[in-house]
Design a binder for this molecule. Structure first.
Ligand code: GRF
Length: 204
């Protein structure tokens, strides 16, 4: 049997994307193992989700460190200790440092709840809703030094309906997030993602 891809999943909140990754692994449609979940929020519900499935969790609080560099050095240490191959940001509310990216080159993924490059940053679903777009969606991308600017791996679109609120739109987008994030991770696990400048080619 081929070796499984070792994941480190970083969370700050509800952890529904973490849950989807766990479910896909348990169903056998994602050939990976979550070696560690790291939360920078001790109250994140995602911690409970991980624990229910016997996945180790580490909490590191922003306030325990003088600066981002110190925080990220500890994060790198934890992920390397757990032999993580791919770092999966799943609602992790922190911008990571260039040092972190150097430690995991081409090995950090994020999911964003809008069709990038539209509506980067916080509250993307509300930004799109308030703008009045007719179509929105989500984007899985590799992380670079910018905010939500890295090479795009997969996107999924959803319609914006006349009777939507930003919450109903966010729920429709989240359903697609739960589908495409495990898919992108499996493509990585299969060695099928090739980054070429801004583009990610999905090899056959
Ligand atoms: C998701 O909408 C994700 O796209 C964004 O943060 C949210 C995290 O949700 N980056 P959850 O914690 O996975 O439920």
């Amino acid at each position: 049997m081929a070796e499984l891809l070792n994941l480190g999943v970083l969370i700050s909140g509800n952890g529904s994307n973490l849950q989807s990754i766990i479910d896909h692994i348990e169903q056998g449609s994602l050939k990976a193992v979550i070696k560690i979940v790291v939360s920078n929020n001790p109250d994140a519900y995602g911690i409970t989700r991980a624990q229910k499935h016997g996945i180790p969790v580490v909490v590191i609080k922003n306030s325990d460190f003088k600066n981002k560099v110190g925080f990220d050095a500890e994060l790198i240490r934890i992920l390397k200790d757990h032999q993580v191959d791919l770092v999966v940001l799943a609602g992790f509310m922190r911008i990571i440092t260039p040092d972190f990216l150097k430690a995991f080159p081409g090995r950090v993924m994020n999911i964003h709840p809008a069709l990038l490059p539209s509506f980067p940053g916080l509250h993307a679903q509300k930004q799109a809703f308030d703008y009045g777009v007719k179509v929105s969606g989500c984007t899985v991308h590799f992380v670079d030094e910018g905010v939500d600017t890295g090479p795009i791996i997969i996107q999924a679109s959803v319609p914006v309906l006349d009777d939507d609120t930003d919450d109903t739109l966010a729920a429709r987008i989240l359903k697609e997030e739960h589908r495409i994030y495990p898919e992108a991770i499996q493509l990585f696990a299969d060695g099928r993602l090739e980054i070429s400048g801004r583009k990610v080619f999905i090899r056959k």
